[in-house]
Ligand binder design. Structure first.
Ligand code: VGL
Ligand code: ZN
Length: 217
């Protein structure tokens, strides 16, 4: 598919050690996407954006912070109106730790801007655009908007969590959204969530393609 590169940003979501094999919240084969992303990042998109999940050590999404709870349990954060459902995760991507660093094989030289998200101790941020109250911006929409970017090409981890929420928010902002299937991997917990999220993205208007299909127009 032809993409107008001069109006397009490549978004690299959370390619961090904790989401790769050996990490605290490892995605199976998470590191297999890195060569694909490195090739895409060299193709000449108007901007390349990378995100980092970047949590304080007492983050609300950590199961360890909630006595009696285990990773993958769900809680409700009632200090928000409406309350925000929160899946609990193993401690991961603590700001400044090795787990929060980009994977060493990811080429960061082409990255123009890094958005760190999930920095609020009391609220998670899956999407690269908005925190999980679906209201508080990360700043990325403003960045892309002032640069007149119209299309985002999404890659990274995890397809059924942060990539999914980023895709849906990008659509809501009026951006065209292309997801690169060989440039993403998912957690798929609970099992089936990957397929469900993929179908929802397609029916909402996300175009799913492979890196080989992407051409500059
Ligand atoms: C993510 C779970 C918790 C992700 C981040 O990057 O997909 N998943 N925090
Ligand atoms: Zn996180």
């Amino acid at each position: 598919m032809k993409i107008p590169f001069d109006k397009t940003a490549l978004i690299i979501v959370d390619v961090q050690n904790d989401f790769c094999p050996g990490g605290r919240l490892a995605v199976i084969d998470g590191d297999a996407i890195i060569p694909v992303i490195n090739s895409l990042a060299a193709m000449g998109f108007a901007r390349v954006v990378a995100t980092q999940d970047w949590h304080p050590e007492d983050h609300v999404s950590f199961a360890s912070k909630h006595p009696g709870k285990s990773p993958f349990d769900t809680i409700s954060i009632d200090s928000y109106d409406p309350p925000v459902d929160q899946v609990l995760w193993p401690d991961h991507c603590v700001a400044g730790t090795a787990g929060a660093e980009f994977h060493k094989d990811l080429h960061t030289k082409p990255v123009d801007v890094i958005i760190r998200k999930g920095v609020n101790p009391g609220l998670d941020s899956y999407s690269a655009f908005f925190e999980n109250d679906h209201t508080t911006p990360t700043g990325l929409a403003g960045y892309l908007g002032t640069l007149r970017i119209r299309t985002v090409v999404l890659t990274g981890l995890a397809m059924d969590v942060c990539v999914y929420y980023s895709a849906m928010d990008a659509l809501s902002l009026g951006l065209s959204v292309v997801l690169v299937e060989d440039g993403v991997r998912g957690i798929d917990t609970p099992q089936g969530s990957l397929r469900e999220k993929k179908e929802e993205m397609i029916s909402s208007g996300v175009v799913i393609t492979t890196s080989e299909e992407i051409e500059k127009s």
